[in-house]
Design a protein around this ligand. Structure first.
Ligand SMILES: Nc1ncnc2c1ncn2[C@@H]1O[C@H](COP(=O)(O)OP(=O)(O)O)[C@@H](O)[C@H]1O
Ligand SMILES: [Mg+2]
Length: 238
């Protein structure tokens, strides 16, 4: 299955969500390829503890027509493999799509971690993918998520992940409630990820505690994306 994580604004948590979903899938025994598309701001290599191992990146893979050259195993997970983003320069998305065809059958999930920005032309290349729009719960982020999902024309409609959720912010009236967020973004909810210090330090620890709040949230999401009917827990338990 091909998953694309996107958002209009930067810093909504696309790379964190991509990494968390990869970890959840790996914990379920699935094999995951995680491709960093944020050319100048690559981070998945640091998150997964392999930044000192990288010789080739996605631009080398595209130039040579061979993605296997730029696939690196994560430091702490046997089933997660990373393709680092080019240190500089753009990405030819049509060529990337062709490269993916060669490894499609080797992985249960291929996750494309996009840079911020409404690159609808690039999104359209992956019309068979499940797009995930990552949003904060604040109204600016939610409106942005609505604009992005409205412009994505894929076979399956894009789904929403609300990231950095904190029940106290809803109670305090700073954020809208969950229904309000879904209405304002007109996007079907896929899941909610808590604001969690463990995610802030992912690039230090390179792993998540399998029974922690964050890992549980990502496990629910990866199950839903695979077609399982997993209920949202009570908001205070997220
Ligand atoms: N749910 C979360 N809880 C705590 N910190 C988070 C969470 N999601 C993201 N962050 C932090 O926010 C920052 C931006 O996240 P990142 O995933 O890099 O965003 P993006 O890829 O959308 O630019 C990072 O420092 C990350 O650790
Ligand atoms: Mg990112």
């Amino acid at each position: 299955m091909l998953i694309c994580t996107v958002s209009g604004k930067g810093g909504t948590g696309k790379s964190t969500v991509s990494s968390g979903l990869a970890i959840a899938a790996a914990n379920m025994g699935k094999k995951v390829l995680l491709i960093d598309l944020d050319a100048s701001l690559r981070c998945l290599d640091i998150i997964f503890g392999i930044d000192d191992k990288i010789v080739f990146d996605l631009s080398d893979a595209i130039i040579e027509g061979n993605i296997k050259k730029a696939i690196y195993p994560a430091a702490l997970y046997d089933n997660i493999f990373i393709v680092p983003a080019p240190a500089e320069g753009g990405i030819d998305f049509d060529k990337l799509k062709n490269l993916l065809a060669a490894v499609k059958l080797d992985f249960d999930f291929i996750i494309l971690d996009f840079p911020a920005g409404a690159d609808f032309g690039n999104y359209a290349v992956f019309s068979a993918a499940q797009f995930i729009v990552v949003s904060g719960a604040d109204s600016v982020s939610v409106r942005d998520a609505g604009v992005i999902s409205g412009g994505i024309k894929t076979n399956a409609p894009p789904r929403l992940i609300i990231n950095r959720f904190d029940i106290d912010m809803i109670k305090g009236g700073m954020y809208k409630n969950i229904d309000g967020i879904i209405d304002a973004s007109s996007t079907r909810l896929l899941g909610i990820v808590p604001a969690d210090g463990e995610l802030l330090t992912l690039s230090v620890n390179h792993s998540l505690k399998p029974r922690g709040r964050a890992a549980k949230a990502f496990t629910r999401i990866i199950k839903r994306v695979s077609g399982e009917d997993v209920r949202l827990p009570k908001l205070k338990k997220i």
